[in-house]
Each structure stands twice: as C-alpha cells, then as structure tokens.
Design a binder for this molecule. Structure first.
Ligand SMILES: NC(=O)c1ccc[n+]([C@@H]2O[C@H](COP(=O)([O-])OP(=O)(O)OC[C@H]3O[C@@H](n4cnc5c(N)ncnc54)[C@H](OP(=O)(O)O)[C@@H]3O)[C@@H](O)[C@H]2O)c1
Length: 316
C-alpha cells in the first residue's frame, strides 16, 4: 500500500518504526510545514515525494493510506480532504473535537468507499483485551481509577509566555484532549457507557484545561479518569472488586497487570511490547483489505462514546 505521512514529530517516527514491522507499506509521500524536517524524514525513511503543503500532497500524490499526526485542530479537515480523494486515513487522537465532525467523516468515508480510524494505540493493544478478561474475576466492580498525568515538555515554554499549541484552545489543546482521551477509552472499553458524567477542571488563562477529573457513574460503581499536563502521577491505575483489585501500570503501555488482595499480590502480566502502534496498523489494514465495515464501525463507536463523554463535561 502506498503510504503518505503528515507531520514529522516523534510520534510519526514511532508510527513509521511500527509500519516497518508490519511491512505492508511503500513510503511514498511526507508533508509538514517546514521543508527542513520533511527532508530529514525523506532521508531517514526513503519517501519519494516531499510537500510543505498538505493540499498539494492530496492533489498530486497517489496514495492508498495517509497517517495524520498534526495538531488536533487540523485532524478533521485533513482527514476529510483525503477521504474525499478516496484515500484511507489513520489519524492521531483525538481524530475530531466533536461527535458531529466524526459522524460527518463516517458519511464521507462511506460515500467514497474508503475507511479511517483514530490512532488510539491502547484500543488495539492485545494486552487491553487480556485486561478485560482478567477483571471478570473480581466482579462485582466497586470502583476504578485511571490516570494519565504528565508534566508537559512544553509547559515551561508556556510559563515563559510562549504559546505552545498543546496549550491553546484554537489548536484543540488541553489535558483531556491530549491525555484524558486515553483514560476514557480504557474506561469505556472495559465498562461501556456510563449512566452519568460529571467533571471538574483547572483552567489555564488560554482557556484550556491544565488538569481534569471526570467521574463516570455506572450506578453500582464509579470510575474516575484524571488527566493533567502540569504534574506527574506515579500511581497505578486500579479496578476494584469488593475484596480484590487489579492494578495496571499505565493506560497506554499496558505492560504490567497485578492482582492484589489482603493476602498479597500476584503478577498476571508483565509484557512490555515495543512499537505497539503495529496493532492499530494491522487492524486498519485488515479493515481495508477485507472491507470490514463491522470492525470499522466497532472502533468508531468507542471514539464516538469518548467524544460523547467529553461533550458532557465542561471542556469544550
Ligand atoms: N498516539 C500517541 O501516543 C501520541 C503521542 C503524541 C502525540 N500524539 C498526537 O499526535 C498529534 C501531533 O502531536 P505533536 O505533539 O507531535 O504536535 P506538534 O509537534 O505540534 O506537530 C506535529 C507535526 O505537525 C506539523 N504541523 C503543524 N501544523 C501543520 C499543518 N497545518 N499541516 C501539516 N502539518 C502541520 C508540525 O510541523 P512543525 O514542527 O513545523 O510545527 C509537526 O511536524 C496530536 O494529535 C497528538 O495528540 C499521539
């Protein structure tokens, strides 16, 4: 398949290293605003075509799949542009900032006979399926807490008066859009849609959330999803039954799962997988090759459910 890549930051590197493992792509075209970084990618991965203008790439390049890793506010329009050119799209999270945009992308994809997915790495990770199997043993659930709180490498710049995109509303920045989406995806994958959503945030003067706690109420148990761009959390994620808990080290790495009770603890899984973006790539290729509308819709449903929760919070 002929692959195009938009954006040349470290996450595009990660994607391409995983893509090499999957070994299904010809690296055809790369685009980003600065030619200097585009040329660096061309040299490193052997792309044949380079662009600083995404519309030109959409116009000229003959692609089967494009991977989009640009600031959040560009995802919707860039995904739509390529779907309308009959190119399949794998786009970084959050693929859109609203449900209505996502529904529009679905209609656009179906109209053009192509597919897209959100590059939500945890959702395609084999250890997430294992976690779902492990937690059955500790039912009934009584509580769960997921956190992704990481002091942003760009926060010092923000404090020095600069305006990094990840802290700007017009670029779809903020803690929930960047990190909270992971915690919500895990929660909704494990427990389904909640009955009620509440939240609170600390808001920066750029009007994006520095940190947010979202509480999902399932009637008989609560799930808290915490995200922050201004502090680090070293806590394990936890799913509590009545007398035992399952601990998970990280919502995206998903490499260590432990069961614990008053008697002690036992490790259920200890399995760090490098290049874990290979799983979303493999799933997407399978959707495309098999024209698997059911699988396409299944992944879309998780994304829609996460957006529904976010729309119920005060982060807009
Ligand atoms: N899946 C994951 O684990 C993961 C991890 C990190 C980030 N992400 C996601 O990846 C995306 C990019 O994040 P980031 O922190 O890498 O952002 P970033 O550094 O601000 O930008 C990423 C790339 O997009 C380019 N770019 C900026 N505006 C563009 C435009 N209008 N058209 C085309 N390219 C444009 C940037 O070029 P310049 O350098 O010239 O600005 C850069 O190469 C976000 O959606 C984020 O949520 C995902």
């Amino acid at each position: 398949m002929k692959l195009g890549v938009i954006g040349t930051s470290w996450i595009s590197d990660s994607f391409l290293e995983s893509a090499k493992i999957v070994n299904k792509f010809d690296f055809v075209a790369v685009a980003s605003p600065r030619m200097e970084s585009v040329e660096k990618f061309q040299k490193k991965y052997g792309f044949k075509e380079t662009y600083t203008d995404v519309s030109l790439m959409a116009e000229k390049s003959k692609l089967d799949v494009v991977y989009i890793a640009t600031p959040n506010s560009f995802h919707y329009e860039q995904t739509k542009l390529f779907l309308n050119k009959k190119v399949n799209v794998i786009c970084e999270k959050p693929i859109t900032l609203s449900r209505s945009e996502l529904i529009d992308l679905k209609e656009t994809a179906l109209l053009n006979g192509v597919f897209f997915i959100e590059a939500m790495r945890s959702l395609h990770h084999p250890n997430l399926k294992k976690l779902k199997e492990f937690i059955v043993d500790i039912k009934p659930f009584r509580h769960a807490s997921f956190q992704f709180m990481r002091y942003s490498s760009k926060y010092d710049a923000y404090k020095n008066g600069e305006k990094p995109k990840v802290f700007l509303k017009e670029f779809g920045g903020g803690a929930v859009n960047d990190l909270g989406v992971y915690t919500l995806t895990t929660a909704l994958y494990l427990f389904g849609k909640p009955l009620k959503v509440t939240s609170d945030s600390v808001i920066l003067d750029t009007l994006v959330d520095a940190s947010t706690v979202i509480t999902l109420n399932y009637g008989t148990f609560l799930v808290t999803c915490s995200s922050s761009k201004v502090s680090n959390s070293y806590l394990m994620n936890e799913i509590q039954g009545e007398k035992e808990s399952i601990l998970l080290n990280h919502v995206t790495h998903l490499d260590k799962i432990i069961k614990v009770n008053d008697e002690g603890s036992c490790t259920l899984l200890d399995d760090r997988i490098d290049h874990d973006m290979q799983y979303e790539i493999k799933d997407f290729i399978s959707i495309i090759e098999n024209k698997d509308i059911q699988m396409f819709e299944e992944y879309l449903t998780y994304t829609l459910d996460v957006l529904e929760v976010i729309e119920k919070t005060r982060i807009k």
